[in-house]
Design a binder for this molecule. Structure first.
Ligand SMILES: [Zn+2]
Length: 200
């Protein structure tokens, strides 16, 4: 699975992981491949999954879940450290990093710390997406809107269409933004955005 080099391995630093069964916090050592909850003894899943067909069994892991173009996850809430969706996610989700590519299709709500839209993707989202930060490298049309408490970065060659609320927005040269925008804080960054629009 190829991701841009800005993505780090998920297990590169010690982390505090909540047990999916009892909710207790466990410290996970660097590069751990399995972890047993110190409180209830149940395994805390750190493994990676690939969903390439119809999949209805529940996945809750701190590892990576990859949903391919022909994959469809249709189960209870999907929990992942990193969730990469090129196909269909037909369930609520919770991910630290949410990565959307190709023709990703989301039918439900979810939560994420960071949102990434990969280059070469063409994505339309109906629901409101809330995240700490967003990196747009492909085409994203948001009907519900994006609510980003930190910064949105629109990279070269990327397009973002729709309502956006953010603390700051950074539009790289060659990036495109169309829609309503509400910026809290950095007025100067909003001006940069206006310049980019005029130059395109
Ligand atoms: Zn536990």
């Amino acid at each position: 699975m190829k991701l841009p080099p800005s993505f780090k391995p998920l297990s590169s630093e010690p982390r505090i992981l909540k047990c999916f069964a009892c909710g207790s916090e466990n410290e996970s050592p660097i590069n751990a491949i399995t972890l047993l909850c110190l409180h209830c003894g149940r395994p805390v899943d750190l493994s990676d999954y690939e969903v390439d067909t119809f999949h209805s069994r529940s996945i809750q892991t701190y590892g990576e879940v990859y949903v391919g173009v022909r994959g469809k996850y249709h189960g209870s809430k999907l929990v992942a450290g990193r969730l990469i969706v090129h196909g269909t996610l037909d369930a609520p989700y919770e991910a630290h990093e949410m990565v959307l590519g190709k023709v990703a299709h989301l039918t439900s709500y979810g939560s994420q710390h960071s949102l990434h839209v990969l280059s070469g993707s063409r994505i339309k989202l109906q629901q409101v997406i809330t995240a700490r930060e967003a990196f747009i490298s492909g085409f994203l049309e948001t009907i519900g809107g994006l609510r980003i408490t930190g910064t949105i970065v629109i990279r070269k060659g990327a397009t973002l269409i729709g309502k956006v609320e953010a603390h700051a927005i950074k539009v790289e040269k060659g990036g495109r933004y169309e829609g309503q925008i509400v910026i809290e804080g950095h007025a100067s960054l909003l001006k940069d955005d206006a310049n980019t629009k005029n130059n395109r």
